[in-house]
Design a protein around this ligand. Structure first.
Ligand SMILES: [Zn+2]
Length: 259
């Protein structure tokens, strides 16, 4: 198999302190590359450091809505510096999260909009996190004027209606272990209508262990193979072929050179 885990959190100590084992386990499962996503600046620094030491790892830089409230005046400059690192492939994860509301919504919206603008200026693709905030997320994206083809909606949890809106603006859709859960019929209905050149797979590890390793306390990039298998079965395509397709999509979207 030839897979890329397009979204994991290697800066999380549960993965980062065992990075060599995590990469070896991934390789054994056919997962050759992984993109370590950042939720805040310390995260982005660690991810960049790991990526600089391991050819299998790329990284992103950005501030998740949970951390919007704690940003001062210089955070955009800091992201810009981190995004200049050779292994950086995207700004993210950025967006809105109205489920937890860890940051006040107006501040979430402001920090999201500022990072969209920054990404556009830096010519970087963007990893979007949206939870219980889909309409506002789309409104801010439209207002920003950012080209939808530069966006991926990560760990997607909406249904077919939302998928159609995302496809309409030209964006990619990435599915995590959530799509494998028994109760996720809605998400799978959405996954079914994504064209083959617009779909990505990820783990969002160390969270969200997929079926059939749902009980694994620490999810890891190797498990993206389970996500791929579930989606390939759903879409009625061969898993090897689905892996090749999603890997080609990820390389094209994130601008990763052929390995
Ligand atoms: Zn994430």
């Amino acid at each position: 198999m030839n897979l890329i885990d397009t979204h994991c959190h290697l800066a999380d100590r549960r993965l980062g302190r065992n990075i060599d084992q995590v990469i070896a386990d991934a390789a054994a499962a056919g997962v050759r590359l992984m993109i370590s996503a950042a939720a805040n600046l310390p995260d982005a620094k660690i991810a960049a450091d790991i990526a600089s030491k391991h050819d299998e790892v790329y990284c992103t830089a950005g501030v998740h809505p949970h951390h919007a409230a704690e940003q001062g005046d210089s955070y955009l400059d800091d992201i810009e510096k981190l995004a200049a690192c050779e292994r950086n492939v995207a700004i993210g994860e950025i967006g809105l999260d109205y489920h937890y509301d860890y940051s006040p919504r107006p501040r979430q919206q402001e920090v999201f909009a500022q990072q969209l603008k920054l990404a556009e200026r830096l010519d970087k693709v963007i990893v979007i996190h949206t939870r219980e905030a889909f309409d506002d997320t789309m409104a801010i994206i439209r207002e920003s004027g950012v080209d939808g083809a530069w966006l991926v909606f990560h760990s997607f949890t909406g249904g077919a209606g939302e998928v159609r809106e995302i496809l309409d603006i030209g964006a990619m859709v990435s599915f995590s272990g959530i799509a494998t859960f028994k109760t996720a019929d809605d998400i799978r209905a959405g996954a079914l209508i994504v064209p083959e050149d617009r779909i990505l797979v990820e783990t969002d590890s160390p969270y969200l262990s997929p079926v059939p390793v749902r009980n694994a306390r620490v999810n890891q990039p190797a498990h993206v193979a389970h996500v791929a298998r579930c989606l390939a079965d759903l879409r009625g395509v061969d898993v090897e072929q689905f892996a090749e397709q999603t890997t080609a999509n990820a390389k094209r979207f994130f601008g990763i050179q052929p390995a």
